[in-house]
Design a binder for this molecule. Structure first.
Ligand code: BTN
Length: 278
């Protein structure tokens, strides 16, 4: 357990309770772990309740999507995983993941104080567009991992990493990644972002949307998703299949809509393609 809790996380439990939701009412907070997603998956096996959250100051084997690692300096950022005991069709996991992206977007936008510049990049990233150069950089990533029992999910673990206090990024990342502190400074805002409030805001937004999306699909959040869709109008790269076309929206099942050179619209799933932001 933590020997000393950082000041901006001290009131995390109180901030979560103040929003009155179910998610995060059980908060397991450690100084260091291998990966909060692995902790949550172990917890799920051991009977942890819906909405339990694992939060860490650092991870020794933090994981990103597609086998990548997720690196974060101790104490700078938000690293947490939420256990959702939701029984839904496995095909609803991508829409749930997009709803999580929106929840993170909303919390990041509130902390930044600039709503229009914070976007969701299909399938799982949150980006901030910097006014000085117009480029969108990644501020947060989401790693959903589901366990299926029969034809339904037994549970979904949603791992979330948000760059909050990081001030300096390695040169090779500074064009593609950012943090709330960097973007607030870019806008001339005073004061540091508060991790407890951001965490509580994410959990409250998840509480609001996620079960609905898992059982009824993206309908409720689709308009907001379209408004903040970073991929819209961008080139979509089909990897070995060559360039596929231009992103033109997200369908109700959470697949990316891509218009090819012949004007035909394809529905593509995550993992099949890459959206080019630069
Ligand atoms: C991505 O953008 O590739 C997803 C990154 C997800 C990182 C978070 S940090 C907390 C949780 N634990 C992990 O090991 N990964 C997720």
């Amino acid at each position: 357990m933590l020997s000393r809790v950082a000041p901006d996380l001290e009131h995390a439990a109180a901030a979560i309770a103040a929003r009155g939701g179910q998610l995060g009412s059980r908060l397991i907070f450690v100084d260091e772990t291998e990966s909060t997603n692995d902790d949550a998956k172990r917890g799920a096996k051991d009977g942890a309740l819906h909405g339990t959250v694992w939060l860490a100051e650092s991870q020794t084997r933090g994981r990103g999507r597609q086998g990548r690692s997720w690196f974060s300096q101790r104490g700078e950022n938000l690293l947490f995983s939420v256990l959702l005991r939701i029984a839904c069709a496995p095909s609803r996991v991508p829409p749930v993941s997009l709803a999580c992206g929106l929840a993170v977007r909303d919390a990041v936008a509130a902390a930044l104080g600039d709503d229009a510049s914070v976007l969701v990049k299909w399938p799982n990233d949150v980006l901030i567009k910097r006014p000085s150069d117009g480029r969108a950089r990644k501020v947060a990533g989401i790693l959903p991992e589901s366990t299926v029992a029969g034809a339904r999910t037994a549970h979904i673990v949603v791992g979330i990493g948000i760059n909050v206090h990081t001030r300096a990024l390695p040169e090779d990342l500074s064009d593609i990644a950012t943090s709330l502190a960097i973007e607030r400074a870019e806008r001339g805002f005073q004061g540091a972002p508060d991790r407890a409030s951001i965490l509580a805001d994410v959990l409250a937004a998840l509480d609001h949307d996620v079960e609905h999306v898992a059982h009824r699909g993206l309908g409720l959040v689709h308009d907001r998703l379209s408004r903040y869709d970073a991929a819209f109008g961008r080139e979509v790269d089909g990897g070995a299949n060559g360039v596929l076309g231009i992103a033109c929206g997200i369908d109700p099942d959470g697949r990316l809509l891509v218009r090819n050179a012949e004007g035909i619209i394809k529905h593509v799933s995550s993992g099949e393609v890459r959206v080019r932001m630069i």
